[in-house]
Design a protein around this ligand. Structure first.
Ligand SMILES: Nc1nc2c(ncn2[C@@H]2O[C@H](COP(=O)(O)OP(=O)(O)OP(=O)(O)O)[C@@H](O)[C@H]2O)c(=O)[nH]1
Length: 338
């Protein structure tokens, strides 16, 4: 039996069962959990509704159930490749176990999804931690217009500030006046400084000013917004490379993180954007927004699996507190809770 075929590995990614079970039970505040449960409500009810139909009247997992399950996963925006991987793993286990009722299928599905997430999400927390020896810690935020980039920057600034960190924002999305204005609104709300220039100015120049200001003020963390125009890969690549190059004149190892923001409610479109951005720049982490109000929560599973980049944050609402640190245990727990 390979390590992966072990059900324990599938669920727990190698940690002791006791340790993992305590994580499932203890690490979440009630409020946070309620928000997540509510945020995933639509994804969950749609998923289980389809799953229920897929296995209705069946007492064991046969080809028809597996085909139906495949359809459920694909239509829940898990993505074709990840779906096939999950089905394959279930098939391996089903042939071993021969007979299986629907409750067990549910458990196995949950275990395999937890196992997939464990491959990309090592450890307990995916939060971006700000090391004290990299000051300022520079986070470049990328993503197309409208995905929730500005909102995510604002919510993140709020989280960092609450930890006692000194934050500076850079309004590097200079192509639309509204983007600069919206970031200003968030800077006011969170009460952190923002460096901006007028619309149409060079984004790299804004990034340069932002980092200089952060160094002068001894800031701990910088969040630099960028314009995510996807008209073609070469332009996007050139634009982001230039911003990086110019930032490195001030902080040689910047950016320390490249956070790609994706709108979870766009399903397959989010996959496409992840593909484009990962080709154009080295993305180190993902934030998936707007999981509330969508039935497409499965994208979190597929995107992290296919791009092997951890989802570090999920957006579950428009409010300042509605950005959660992604936690694989909590996510799976919430998604599969009946
Ligand atoms: N329901 C919900 N709405 C969100 C979430 N994150 C962002 N939004 C909303 O999505 C809309 C777009 O968000 P922005 O932050 O302005 O998006 P952007 O990517 O910066 O886009 P531009 O400012 O147009 O470049 C806003 O109305 C946000 O309030 C979320 O997690 N849930």
């Amino acid at each position: 039996m390979t390590q992966h075929n072990s059900p324990y590995f599938a669920i727990f990614g190698g940690l002791s069962i006791e340790h993992e079970m305590s994580l499932f039970k203890n690490i979440f505040s009630k409020d946070k959990k309620e928000t997540l449960d509510k945020g995933l409500e639509k994804s969950k009810s749609s998923f289980f509704g389809k799953l229920g139909k897929a296995v209705a009247g069946k007492s064991k997992v046969d080809d028809e159930v597996l085909d139906n399950l495949e359809e459920v996963l694909v239509s829940s925006d898990v993505g074709v490749n990840t779906t096939l991987k999950i089905i394959e793993r279930i098939e391996e286990r089903v042939s071993r176990d021969k007979y299986m009722g629907t409750d067990e299928l549910n458990t196995i599905l949950r275990e395999e999804i937890a196992g997939l997430l464990s491959e990309t999400h090592v450890g307990e927390s995916t939060e971006i931690s700000i090391p004290t020896d990299k000051k300022p810690y520079v986070i470049m935020v990328v993503g197309v217009n409208g995905v929730g980039k500005t909102t995510t920057i604002g919510k993140l600034a709020h989280q960092f500030k609450n930890k006692g960190l000194k934050v500076v924002l850079g309004a590097g999305d200079t192509f639309r006046a509204a983007a600069i204005d919206q970031l200003q609104v968030w800077a006011d709300r969170v009460q952190v400084p923002i460096i901006k220039q007028k619309m149409g100015s060079d984004p790299a120049s804004v990034a340069f000013d932002t980092l200089n200001s952060a160094v002068a003020d001894q800031a701990d963390v910088v969040l630099v917004d960028t314009a995510g125009r996807l008209h073609n890969k070469v332009n996007l690549m050139n634009e982001l490379s230039k911003v990086k190059r110019v930032m490195q004149k001030v902080v040689p190892d910047a950016p320390h993180e490249v956070l790609l923001v994706l709108d979870g409610s766009t399903g397959q479109n989010a996959f496409e954007q992840a593909k484009q951005f990962t080709k154009a720049t080295e993305v180190t982490s993902l934030a998936v927004t707007k999981l509330d109000g969508t039935a497409k929560g499965g994208v979190v599973i597929g995107i992290s699996d296919q791009f092997k980049i951890p989802v570090k944050y999920i957006g579950v609402g428009e409010g300042i507190e509605d950005l959660q640190v992604f936690n694989k245990y909590e996510f799976v727990d919430s998604f599969f809770k009946m």
